[in-house]
Design a protein around this ligand. Sequence first.
Ligand code: NAP
Length: 252
Amino acid sequence: MSCHIDYQAPDDLLSDRIILVTGAGDGIGRAAAKGFASKGATVILLGRTLSKLEAVYDEIEAAGGPQPAIYPLNFEGASWPDYQNMADKLYETFGCLDGVLHNAGILGKITPLQSYNPQLWQEVMHVNFNGPVMMLQALIPLLQASQDASVVLTSSSVGRQGRAFWGAYACSKFALEGFSQVMSQELENISAVRVNTLNPGATRTQMRAVAYPGENPANLRTPEEILPTYYYLMGPDSRGFTGQQFDAQPKK
Ligand code: NAP
């Protein structure tokens, strides 16, 4: 069963924490990266479009947040040595990771299974699941080096209950849910690393506009409005919760 938490984050909630955000250049990831920095975190901005990451970097600096870092990476082309290299570089610079928000993702196509292009299916599974899994495998030692580390994997309502035509996107989110359970159990009791999934719910972003072209975006919550659950999961108040499913918005 998934749950929604009403949470008010104190201003210094994440001070001295080092948090990696994937897909930090746009949408929910951009809002989360800026939000974490506003609560004191040093944020590592990971994404595939450097100019977008640079813009977020500048916005964090202009707001007076701790100096962020940029890590350009495209999940589509990256392979195991890239993730090992990433872990080595982050270890050299930071020594540990207190949080990972894996948020990057692609929609693929909303279409019947019979007409789903197999190459696109592979691409969606690779970007949304296989790549992030390799990244997290490589980052486990950095997470274990933290006194209190939180991994948040971005899911979706179609990753918890299948839905016709959502194809590879839905399956990739189910896979992330399964991975969260495996990783959380492996690290429970032997480390201070917790792993949970978070469903943002309907949120006003580009991905949502493509998925639901007929919807009025003005009726949707903005990425900034759904951040309280992200804060809760990244900060110390969620200690003890692992292998759970969370929702950033109350269920209708
Ligand atoms: P978005 O606006 O499309 O942002 C997705 C982010 O992921 C972008 O920064 C994008 O980079 C990055 N990304 C995509 N492919 C990548 C790759 N190959 N390598 C590295 N980064 C990549 O989507 P969003 O709505 O904010 O979604 C964020 C997360 O929430 C996703 O996991 C999505 O599945 C989930 N979600 C969203 C909703 C919703 O209503 N919005 C609902 C349920 C779940 P570029 O900016 O360079 O394209």
